[in-house]
Design a protein around this ligand. Structure first.
Ligand SMILES: Nc1ncnc2c1ncn2[C@@H]1O[C@H](COP(=O)(O)OP(=O)(O)OP(=O)(O)O)[C@@H](O)[C@H]1O
Length: 235
């Protein structure tokens, strides 16, 4: 079986005002693969996604996309097939669900197929939806644009475990249909459940990576390393 590499970052450094925050990152995503980035606050996960999405330029190294050099800039990468779900809730709160689905190149029917829960809410203003419904709308809209690669930052921040599971199941299903996914996620165990490959970052560098089955036993260790990195808890 041929494996199609969608994204390949090599020796990638990226940061702010010319100062690298993420250093010497090697990361690849193949078709149908869910890659999860784990790590404590400030490890550089969001910065990595911004660099892969084209929002931040590579200070060093390279990003290849769909078999060629990645075009510069967020919009050109988006047009080439990269979807990006950012940390901020990105629905238009004043618009209805239906209007949100019509914005951009989303196929509303496809979004509703993915999340039938949204169908009875089509006329409701997005600002009146629950956090979980808003994220279903965000993810449904992103997937309905049929990206080849989807970058997702903290989709499940502040949501109940059942809702997180619902969202991540949809991410897994999209990958099973061929989308490549890079997912930043704080819910370690839930993320590991849908991940094919895991990267753990600390202080801007990858400290552990491998196929999920091989690193799964080290989840407790990974989580302990978060707590260590966060320092002693003040009493
Ligand atoms: N716009 C910015 N300008 C300067 N430094 C920044 C900027 N955004 C983030 N940083 C710094 O870059 C480092 C990595 O941040 P980043 O947001 O990538 O981490 P993260 O792993 O996504 O953390 P979190 O889980 O808290 O979102 C941090 O030290 C952060 O303070």
């Amino acid at each position: 079986m041929t494996v199609t590499v969608l994204l390949e970052a090599q020796g990638l450094s990226a940061g702010y005002a010319g100062r690298p925050v993420v250093k010497d990152l090697d990361l690849s995503v193949t078709q149908g693969q869910v890659v999860v980035l784990l790590g404590p606050n400030g490890a550089g996960k969001t910065t990595t996604l911004l660099a892969l999405a084209g929002e931040l330029p590579a200070l060093q190294g390279s990003v290849a996309l769909f078999g060629g050099p990645a075009p510069a800039g967020l919009h050109r990468r988006a047009r080439s097939g990269v979807g990006f779900v950012t940390e901020e809730r990105s629905v238009f709160m004043e618009m209805t669900v239906e209007e949100n689905l019509r914005v951009g190149r989303a196929d509303a029917g496809q979004a509703l197929e993915l999340f039938p829960e949204l169908r009875p809410l089509l006329r409701r203003r997005a600002g009146l939806l629950s956090g979980g419904e808003q994220q279903m709308l965000t993810l449904g809209r992103a997937l309905a644009r049929t990206p080849r690669l989807l970058l997702i930052d903290e989709l499940s921040l502040g949501l109940a475990p059942l809702v997180v599971a619902r969202l991540l199941t949809a991410v897994r299903a999209a990958a099973d249909d061929g989308v490549g996914v890079v997912l930043v996620e704080q819910h370690v165990e839930q993320a590991m459940r849908i991940a094919d490959h895991v990267y753990v970052m600390q202080r801007g560098a990858v400290v552990l990576s491998g196929p999920t089955a091989e690193v799964a036993d080290r989840v407790a260790e990974i989580e302990a390393s978060y707590l260590e990195a966060a320092g002693p808890v003040a009493s």
